[in-house]
Write a protein that binds this ligand. Structure first.
Ligand SMILES: [Ca+2]
Length: 338
């Protein structure tokens, strides 16, 4: 089992703040990756309108609509990305970092507000709210998976109405080959396979593996792979089904800057965010495509502190989006990169 880990209440909000705003703790490694080839100009651009709101801290899409969270001012907000770079407000119960967690599941927009109710957190769906337990920070991440809606919490996760208690902070979730996987970056093991009751061992104590997860058939061989972000290491590990430790997987090494803090998977495509890459922490987004080992630069932040890649999204239609919540002094920005 995962080693129980229950940080005291005061640490909870701090650990959440780190997981989101996160100042640089990653090793900056000097090697191959990019900055020498200029990435293409974004196809679309949505600028945050609330000072300090952090538009682009979260992203979700479904049914042809795209949404971005701006959780960090005035209780938080969720916006729909409209035509011609317009933002359309989504009505909701704005409080407690509303929009930090975001998903479209079964055609409905689901919003997490982890700091609501003094840190109990809540999940919002069509105007109805489900509160967390005291100190649970419910809703920091919300994921639509083939195995249901998964909502992260400080001590585990909710799978629809089921409560999964791990005694460890869950930050992301994915479903691969019929198994539900939860990321636990601060626990002894990186990922917990809920379906098979198996832990996936990390590479090192400080790798923060499990901070982000996604799964899809990345190499188009018919089976899902699991991508595990390890931003403490500035790396992503891709595991085949059945591999039980990160040392067994394929290592994709970035250039630091919390490479692997955010991930998105699609058929034949892995998108990786490195929100603190570069001297000014502008951030960057990369892709790895099936049949090619190379990291392709999709975009870099437009300004110092932009943190491009804090969230990344591949929509069903193939569009790739990234959030830069630190852009314009923290108003934030969302760009379409492909
Ligand atoms: Ca595959």
């Amino acid at each position: 089992m995962l080693s129980p880990r229950n940080p005291p209440a005061l640490v909870l909000a701090l650990s959440l703040a780190f997981a989101l705003g996160c100042r640089d703790r990653g090793k900056v490694e000097d090697d191959k990756t990019t900055e020498d080839s200029a990435p293409p100009t974004p196809l679309g651009r949505w600028e945050g309108v609330t000072p300090g709101g952090g538009l682009g801290s979260s992203l979700a899409a479904g049914g042809g609509a795209r949404f971005a969270g701006a959780p960090w001012a005035e209780g938080g907000a969720v916006w729909r990305l409209g035509a011609e770079d317009q933002l359309e407000p989504v009505p909701g119960a704005a409080s407690g970092a509303f929009g930090r967690g975001l998903a479209v599941h079964d055609g409905a927009l689901i919003v997490g507000a982890p700091l609501a109710e003094s840190g109990s957190g809540l999940v919002w769906r069509d105007g109805l709210t489900t509160p967390g337990e005291p100190g649970e920070l419910l809703g920091a991440a919300v994921r639509s998976t083939a195995l249901g809606l998964i909502v992260s919490a400080q001590g585990g996760a909710r799978q629809d109405e089921r409560v999964i208690s791990l005694g460890a902070r869950v930050t992301d979730a994915a479903a691969a080959e019929g198994a539900l996987l939860l990321g636990t970056p601060s626990a002894e093991d990186a990922v917990y396979d809920v379906t098979n009751s198996v832990e996936i061992a990390r590479l090192s104590a400080q790798d923060e593996a499990g901070a982000a997860l996604c799964a899809a058939d990345l190499d188009l061989d018919g089976d899902d792979e699991l991508a595990v972000g390890a931003p403490g290491l500035g790396a992503v590990v891709v595991l085949e089904a059945g591999q039980r430790g990160l040392s067994e997987g394929r290592l994709i090494q970035g250039s630091g800057g919390r490479f692997g803090q955010a991930l998105a998977c699609g058929p034949g495509l892995l998108v990786i965010g490195a929100p603190l890459e570069g001297d000014g922490q502008r951030g960057a987004v990369y892709a790895v495509e099936a049949g090619d080992e190379a990291l392709v630069a999709l975009g870099v932040g437009e300004a110092d502190g932009a943190e491009l890649g804090a969230a990344v999204l591949i929509e069903a239609e193939g569009g790739i989006f990234a959030g830069a919540p630190g852009q314009a002094g923290g108003a934030g920005l969302v760009v379409q990169l492909r």
